[in-house]
Write a protein that binds this ligand. Sequence first.
Ligand SMILES: NC(=O)c1ccc[n+]([C@@H]2O[C@H](COP(=O)([O-])OP(=O)(O)OC[C@H]3O[C@@H](n4cnc5c(N)ncnc54)[C@H](OP(=O)(O)O)[C@@H]3O)[C@@H](O)[C@H]2O)c1
Length: 363
Amino acid sequence: LSRKVPIIQFGLGGVGRALLRQIIEKREQIKRRNGLELEIVALLDSSGGIWSPNGLDERTLRRALAAKSEGLSLHDLPTGRAKMDDVALVTRVAVAGVKRAVVVDVTADPDLQDALLAARRHDYGLVLANKYPLAAAQKTFRRLTGGGRLRYEATVGAGLPVIATLQYLLDAGDQVTAIEGSISGTLGFICTRLQEEVSFSQALAEARRLGYTEPDPREDLRGLDAARKLLILARTLDWKIELADVEVESLYPADMDSLSVEEFMEATSALDTAYAIRTAEARDKGSVLRHLGELRDGRCRVRLKEVPAQGYLGALRGSDSLFLFHSARYADRPLVIGGLGAGVEVTAAAVLADVIDVARISP
Ligand SMILES: NC(=O)c1ccc[n+]([C@@H]2O[C@H](COP(=O)([O-])OP(=O)(O)OC[C@H]3O[C@@H](n4cnc5c(N)ncnc54)[C@H](OP(=O)(O)O)[C@@H]3O)[C@@H](O)[C@H]2O)c1
């Protein structure tokens, strides 16, 4: 016997499209394995959406996928509707009698939290790849997580089971004493290149050429994205802190903020000597530089840190992510989770697994 799971999906970018494809392709398998029939009732992008309380059929979903891949908006589809207020949309779906739905946020919208809170009021489950709602005020985090029907694995480490591992340790009554992680694939890549004696400016230019950076690489170098992920980990540990409490080392001086992107890229060669000296000093001690997020002794820090070249973090290469959990039970050697820490397919897979998990515990 299977049960229908209505899904309201916000976002059809890289992750959202991969998720929709996986839902279409794995639907039968999920029905057999989990007894759940995933059914998209609403699909929204920034301009509008398509929705039907009875579920959108596969042809419509495939047409939406094709349109978004071509750079069109959902609004442009024959059945597309113009954007309405996100809270009103959730309310309208609920008023149409849709029960036990799961709302999925695969946007990067900082303003979706009200719609998510509205979904909570209708007793819907929530699955987030979007970090912003969980990195907002502590009060919002508490309201979203209250009730235990929110999953957010993809917000930290993409597809890697980082949050699940942390919850597992906490559920089993372990005392987590510290978490260290190479959280940013982009900055991890730059650290590896520095270690290989490539200059900072060249390493950054390479990362940009490979598409690892944001269009403005200062977004990555500022460390704010890593800070949001660390904040989410800290709050999962029940630390009562705000984003402003995370100590963040930016990898460039603030006076470079006034430059255009191209001027900034030109100017980064002025930083090369300082990074070469830091790299050489680390090497002299048998260490390497890594960009780390660290939760320890009540402090939440994101910075470039020297670590032993032979350790777990020192052995890390390229853009992979790595997380070390130190706890009462893992006191001598940490529990380690690592691997591919970005990419739309693995991220979408984590969201899909979260949807199934949250649907399983629906009231
Ligand atoms: N890519 C990864 O490897 C990765 C890994 C882990 C986590 N994540 C997180 O996953 C999220 C999605 O990433 P992405 O790479 O797919 O981003 P993206 O390609 O920029 O897509 C974002 C999507 O959200 C839509 N959107 C924005 N505001 C919206 C709103 N109010 N209502 C409905 N839709 C809205 C956009 O609409 P338009 O299409 O109209 O612009 C777009 O379709 C981000 O929060 C990201 O940090 C990504």
